[in-house]
Design a protein around this ligand. Sequence first.
Ligand SMILES: Cc1cc2nc3c(=O)[nH]c(=O)nc-3n(C[C@H](O)[C@H](O)[C@H](O)COP(=O)(O)OP(=O)(O)OC[C@H]3O[C@@H](n4cnc5c(N)ncnc54)[C@H](O)[C@@H]3O)c2cc1C
Length: 523
Amino acid sequence: MSEAEWIDLAACGRQYQEVQADVCVIGAGAAGIYLTKQMVEQGRSVILLEAGPSKCTEGGTIGFDVLSEGAPYPGAAAGRFFGMGGSTSRWGGALVPHTQHDLRTGSASNDVWAHIVNAVSARAPQVLRQLGYCDAINFDGDADRLLGPTCRALVTGGLRVQAALYLPFRFRNLVTLLHKTSHPAAAPRVFFNAVAKAWTLEAGRAGEARVDKVVAVSRNHNELTVRAGKYVVTAGAIESARILLEIDESASQRVFRPTAAIGCYLADHLSVPIADVTPGTRGRAAALFSPRFSGAWTRSFRFLDGSPALDAPRAFAHFIFSGSSRGFDVAREVLGAWQARRMPSLTAASVAAGLGDLVRLGYCRFINSALYIPAGTPAHLQLDMEQVAVRDNCVSLTSQRDAYGRLQASIRWQVTDIDMAQIETSAHIFLAKWPGASAGLPQLQPRIIGTDGTKPYSAYHPVGTCRMGDDAEAVVDRHLKVWGVRNLWVSSTGVLPSAGTANPTFTMLCLTQDLAEHFRAVS
Ligand SMILES: Cc1cc2nc3c(=O)[nH]c(=O)nc-3n(C[C@H](O)[C@H](O)[C@H](O)COP(=O)(O)OP(=O)(O)OC[C@H]3O[C@@H](n4cnc5c(N)ncnc54)[C@H](O)[C@@H]3O)c2cc1C
């Protein structure tokens, strides 16, 4: 077992002027860390470049602000973190696969979705094992096992039920994957405070370009040149697109396909509350649908339309229990701090005030294997629906320079009238299929969509900016290789054509595993 070598580029002066490796990975979030681990286990030398510090921070603190054209895209300002672990330092840890429910024979991207769904199905067991989950899993079957007749009533009504899996807090920040690698010789070299900035490409074989080197810089202008056989950009959906746009901007002639829609079709899940659980059935909602523990892992339930129209937007619904308690706040602060690798911010008084609830939380956790939800806690049904892909919703480069001398990115993103109409239709379908109190389920009181408190917001699941496909606008192929460059790949939620019926990270990890297997097969 070997530890990664951690190097702070800001602190190492000119010591590291030029390094070489088999693979250079750019960005130490979920995708970059996962891929680094896989590459090391294949015995390859890896250099991982991370723009942020060893402990994650907001983009603004290290000069990664994004300009907005129109209303700001919340996923850029509040939905991403920079440093070791990337956004997994703050994420919810929900692992849910995209599945056959994502296929829509009426949509142009159906072939690509079929490829993605197959890759997820093939790679899910390996990914779960890597993340530390060793039991058999069946996302639909487990919902049936855990919910019994309730699940069957929902299926009879026309819905499908999945039991999403949540990582334990101690594994949520995927930086833990780097702490030990099982290959005895190949420890990855991890440079943090190292922003990939300047790329040099040369003409390659068969009309394709080839990346020769990338230069990373720290805020205090230390520089590192990396030469590698393979370069994989894992910088998140927005920054990965920005990097490709920078390469395009700096090349003397276009290296990507002339029609590649780099940065375009930025989309997200739109999240909106669609119905409240009536006060008289709140207890029933908590008893049936509160998250369940399986050891340190958690399962929670979500609902999909069982028979969507051929071109229906992909969506899922789930309950949100919105009450809080002092004990819950204490637990959340401690666990969140553990995930973000910081000290919890608590006073003796807040801990003392929360003690009673903490005991109830512990009792419910260890005796009932469920999350304690106090009686009468308000709950609502939340719809997460994919946005329609609009070319004008995009990441582009401005002429302004940031603290590293890079062109700053700008984002144009809006919720369209089509999105709003589709939310209303989807909400109506879900609520019409909800069996209700006669089947022993909580009663739902529909909300009026679009009024205050029911405005959709971004779920921090950016997709579409480096879209996978075979068509002229596609940015990467089905092996995540950038069209037009023979040794450059992108692994990010940005390769997904739309947000689909699931949170995107598990699918991204399955595609990353698929890429690692592809590398193993070809060299
Ligand atoms: C509050 C919250 C909750 C979420 N909950 C869930 C959930 O439950 N389930 C789920 O599936 N998804 C969830 N997500 C989304 C999830 O966090 C992301 O999909 C996932 O973390 C993306 O991983 P990534 O590796 O692609 O990108 P990131 O996590 O953004 O990592 C990219 C890394 O690249 C680095 N980087 C950027 N540019 C450069 C550069 N030029 N040079 C070097 N390094 C660079 C960044 O510093 C960053 O560390 C949530 C997100 C948030 C914000």
